[in-house]
Design a protein. Sequence first.
Length: 256
Amino acid sequence: MPPNAVTLTSLAIALVAMWKLPSAVWPTWSVIGCIVLDVMDGRIARMSNRPNALGAQLDSLVDVVAFGALPALLVLHHAASTAWMLHVPTAILFIACAALRLARFNAKTTQAPQRFFTGLPTPVAAGLVASVILVLQRSDQARHASGPLSGGVICLIAGLAAWLMVTKLPFPSFSGAASTTPKRRTLIAIVALMFIGLFFHPSLTLLLTFAVYAASGWVIRRKMNQFMDRLAYAKAAASGTGRIGCPAATEHLDRP
C-alpha cells in the first residue's frame, strides 16, 4: 500500500470520528488508530525507499486534523462539565500548540532522521489526551457518575500536553533504536510488556505508556545537562583553570 494512502486513511478515520463524536464512544479509540497508521506510513515509506517532500507535507496536514482537531473536540465534548467553561480555552490551546509544533518541525532545514525530537510529538500528545479520557470513562462507568472532576483532569492533561509540544525538551525518536542486540532485546521486552498490559487493561496501559514517554523529556534534558557539566569540568581541568562547570557549555540547551 502506498504510504500516502495510509496517511489519507488516517484523515478519513479522524473525519468520521469527529462526525460521530456526539453520539458514539469509539471516536476516542480512533485517535489510537490514527497513531498506529501514522507509525505505519513512515515505516512503509522508508521500507519502500519512497519518502518524498509531498508525503512529509501531507503527513503534517493530516496530523493537524487527527492529532490536533480531533483531540481538541474530544476535550470540548468530554470536559464540558468544567467550571468557567475551562474546556474551551484548553481545546483552543491544544490545537494551536499542535499546529505550532508541526510547523516548527516542517520549518527545519533538514528532515533527516534524528535521535531526538524537539517538543512532544503530536501523536503522543493526542494519545495522552485520548487515553486519559478512556481511563476516566471506565472509572465513571464503574461509579455510574461523571462530573467536573473528570473534566478538570482532562483539561489539566490536555493543557500539559499542549505546553510540552511547544517546549524545547528533547524526546527520543527511536530512529535506529534496534540497531544493536542489547537495544533490540530491550525494545522487544518493552513491546511484550505493553501487549500483556493491553490484554488486561488497554486504556490504563496506553495512558502509562504515553505518560512515561512524556516524562522522558525532563530525564533526557537532565542527562544532557549533566553530561555538558562533566565535559566542561574536564576541559577546565585539562586547561589548568580549575573552574568547575562552564556556563557557556550549556547555553545552547534552552531550558523550558
